[in-house]
Design a protein around this ligand. Sequence first.
Ligand SMILES: [Ca+2]
Ligand SMILES: [Ca+2]
Length: 106
Amino acid sequence: MSVACLEGPTLIKFVEDSNAFDKCVDQQFDMLDADRNEVLSRSDLQVSPGRFSSMEYELQSKEEITNLYDTLFEKFDADCNGKIDRKEFKSLMAEIMLAKARGIGQ
Ligand SMILES: [Ca+2]
Ligand SMILES: [Ca+2]
């Protein structure tokens, strides 16, 4: 099941059901953490382009994708250590999903 296919109200319910959401976020995190060091860095995301967010497919150039990563890292790397840990990743995913559910930030 692809989370991206869920409708708005279903998506909000999904994010609020913390068990299901935690499981999904953990799976996503494991998939993205290419070197398995329990933190996401820019190089992890570059190893698996397109997996991070469907937003990538709507962007035209590599520069725009890099800019997107920069923005996301800046916004969600709460302790500014240049890496996204599970806790930071969960906040990021919740924000992206809820933004999608509301039909904004696409
Ligand atoms: Ca990693
Ligand atoms: Ca961090």
